[in-house]
Ligand binder design. Structure first.
Ligand code: NAP
Length: 235
């Protein structure tokens, strides 16, 4: 039977690379979107998968969509939002949006897929955190907190679900060229590049390859880990 994967934020830069790579690996891929319906539908058509709407800030929307999908072999919690500003200038509304999209939405999605995985005694969850979740970023405090939360979530859930044959891991990207980073000026980008020991920005495929590895039998003895894919920017 064909394996099934759900990728949240599958319509985005890193998410679409993950969807394509998982389709190449033989998965039937559910491409989640909240606003980018057309992008998700075009991608789903290209890879022979399915576009699925749900909004990670709305747990009712998540539960309804995932119950319609049925049993999954793999959940990739990839969707995320960020906001660059001083901590004291972030409104309650934006802070809430960052935390619910990046952390509580991911936890809710995992809670929805787990009962069927536990029943089958197999499954895999991969959370996309960030190097800022490991070391913290000035002017991205809420984002860093949400991504650090995903790391704690990964470790705790890995311990709880390992006896049920489920692996939970995290990929922690460095600076990856996507829409999320289009706001930086050329000057800023050059300064950031100088901080990357390998001297180049990451590409979405670098994260997709890490997800593909962690989901594969080659990683069958790996759980609760954070795989940093950052060109050496955080060591
Ligand atoms: P992106 O291109 O901006 O994509 C973000 C994705 O998140 C979009 O598909 C978007 O879908 C989805 N999303 C946002 N709000 C959502 C919501 N409420 N419900 C469902 N989906 C929602 O960003 P990206 O660079 O690919 O980032 C992907 C992940 O990697 C994020 O978690 C990000 O924090 C992490 N990351 C990125 C970098 C980087 O340098 N790019 C570095 C470290 C970590 P819609 O457009 O359909 O709403």
């Amino acid at each position: 039977m064909q394996k099934k994967a759900l990728v949240t934020g599958g319509s985005g830069g890193i998410g679409s690379a993950i969807c394509r790579t998982l389709a190449r690996d033989g998965y039937y891929v559910f491409v989640n979107y909240s606003r980018s319906k057309e992008k998700a539908e075009t991608l789903a058509e290209e890879i022979g998968g399915e576009a699925v709407f749900f909004d990670l800030t709305d747990s009712t929307s998540i539960k309804k969509a995932i119950s319609g999908i049925g049993r999954l072999d793999l959940l990739v919690n990839n969707a995320g939002v960020s906001e660059i500003n001083l901590f004291t200038h972030i409104s309650d509304e934006i802070a809430q949006r960052i935390l619910s999209t990046n952390l509580s939405g991911a936890m809710c999605a995992a809670r929805c897929v787990l009962p069927a995985m536990i029943n089958e005694k197999s499954g895999c969850i991969i959370n996309i955190s960030s190097m800022w979740g490991e070391v913290g970023a000035s002017c991205e405090v809420d984002y860093s907190a949400s991504k650090a939360g995903l790391i704690g979530f990964t470790k705790a859930l890995a311990k709880e679900t390992a006896p049920s044959g489920i692996r939970v891991n995290c990929v922690s990207p460095g600076f990856i060229m996507t829409e999320m980073n289009k706001r930086f000026s050329d000057e800023d980008l050059e300064l950031i590049r100088e901080d990357i020991p390998l001297g180049i920005f990451g590409e979405p495929r670098h994260i997709a390859d890490a997800v593909s590895f962690l989901a594969s039998p080659a990683a069958e003895y790996i759980t609760g880990q954070v795989l940093a894919v950052n060109g050496g920017m955080v060591i």
